[in-house]
Design a protein around this ligand. Structure first.
Ligand SMILES: NC(=O)c1ccc[n+]([C@@H]2O[C@H](COP(=O)([O-])OP(=O)(O)OC[C@H]3O[C@@H](n4cnc5c(N)ncnc54)[C@H](OP(=O)(O)O)[C@@H]3O)[C@@H](O)[C@H]2O)c1
Length: 345
């Protein structure tokens, strides 16, 4: 069997997904019982293409990163056609991987809304729709009997949402705390080794961890959105940005970081939330000085990690990559597998 896929946004993540599909087509059927056929791509920069019987993946892989390049493909156009493709194509699953807008969540929220309301499953790696419209989109998915999956938004390909949902189900999770931004963690590590914050941020940019504008990483805003997504998923907390106290690593100095190391501690940017006895949820993002016994103290470099604290198990920590185009494309694959498994239940 086939799932027809429409890719909205064709940057690092969706390109990696297309490459994986092109390379491992046989493996999907063998291991998972389905094949994937990319029928549409729509991207602000590259333009769009819709071929109902499936786009030639070799041509897609060779598409140059040039404005309007999709016009060179059969059925291609130089302009994005998001709304038409999402609403009117024969896609079963829309994969939303456009740029995150952390102020409005748009236009990705509309992309998800259009897909779900026309009966298409959605997988997104974009925090925007989750942080701003998670409940509305979940309700829409339920009403239309389709899947709305977003494993990649919190820790990329490292499973966190499904880990908590499925594997820790019933264990009474009442708190989580995590290192959810690889850039901030990488920067703190370099400062511990004697670099200035400015040099460490430049190095993170050179490594491809930090954006040209690293403010969302170092001011904690990226972590704040992830905390909101996870708390809302775990506890239906209805948190918004107004409910989360947020402080990044910009208030730390090189001296504070080095003094902590001398004391046998590490500063880490921690996003956390806990469920209170009255059912309310308290969430925050701030730097914390952790002693070496803490499960998150030893997480170094651009790695992410999260500790769930539950009534039955105490602390359970998951760590792994929190970014990367292939890693995030894997999160989309895991979403598609979850969508497939809905049908098997
Ligand atoms: N890469 C990672 O490690 C990672 C990890 C977790 C989550 N994510 C999330 O996954 C999403 C995709 O990441 P990425 O690394 O693939 O980003 P990217 O390389 O910047 O690609 C995004 C693509 O979407 C296009 N785009 C922007 N707005 C659009 C719109 N309204 N309609 C159609 N296309 C649009 C962009 O075109 P322009 O260049 O013209 O803007 C660009 O080609 C982001 O939301 C990101 O936050 C990424």
């Amino acid at each position: 069997m086939y799932y027809n896929i429409a890719l909205i946004g064709f940057g690092g993540v969706n390109r990696a997904l297309a490459d994986i599909i092109a390379t491992d087509e046989e493996k999907f059927y063998r291991e998972m019982g389905f094949n994937l056929r990319i029928v549409a791509v729509s991207d602000m920069f590259l333009g769009s293409v819709y071929t109902p019987e499936g786009i030639d993946l070799a041509l897609l892989a060779a598409l140059p990163v040039a404005q309007g390049a999709c016009a060179t493909l059969p059925n291609g156009k130089a302009t994005a056609e998001n709304e038409d493709i999402i609403k009117n194509s024969n896609a079963d699953i829309v994969v939303e991987a456009t740029v995150t807008d952390s102020v409005t969540g748009q236009p990705a929220t509309s992309h998800c809304r259009w897909a779900l309301s026309t009966g298409k499953h959605v997988s997104t790696t974009n925090k925007g729709p989750l942080a701003f419209a998670e409940k509305e989109l979940m309700d829409l998915a339920l009403k239309n009997n389709v899947g709305f999956e977003y494993e990649g938004v919190v820790m990329s390909g490292t499973p966190v949402l499904r880990f908590a949902d499925k594997l820790l189900k019933g264990s009474e999770i009442h708190q989580f705390s995590g290192i959810l931004n690889g850039t901030a963690n990488y920067v703190l590590g370099l400062v511990e080794q004697g670099h200035t914050f400015a040099d460490a941020i430049t190095s993170a940019q050179k490594q491809g961890y930090a954006e040209a504008d690293p403010s969302a990483d170092v001011e904690g805003k990226d972590v704040m959105l992830k905390v909101i997504v996870l708390a809302n998923r775990l506890w239906g907390a209805n948190l918004t940005r107004d409910n989360v106290q947020c402080q990044g690593i910009t208030g730390l100095t090189e001296t504070m970081v080095k003094e902590a190391v001398a004391e046998g501690c590490h500063w880490k940017l921690i996003g956390k939330a806990s469920k209170q006895e009255d059912g309310s949820v308290v969430a925050s993002v701030s730097p914390e000085k952790l002693s070496l016994e803490h499960p998150l103290a030893g997480i170094s470099g651009a790695v992410n990690a999260i500790t769930f604290t539950s009534g039955m198990l105490g602390d359970v920590t998951v760590s792994g990559p929190g970014a990367g185009r292939i890693e995030t494309a894997y999160a989309i694959l895991s979403d598609i597998i979850a969508i497939h498994q809905r049908k098997e239940i």
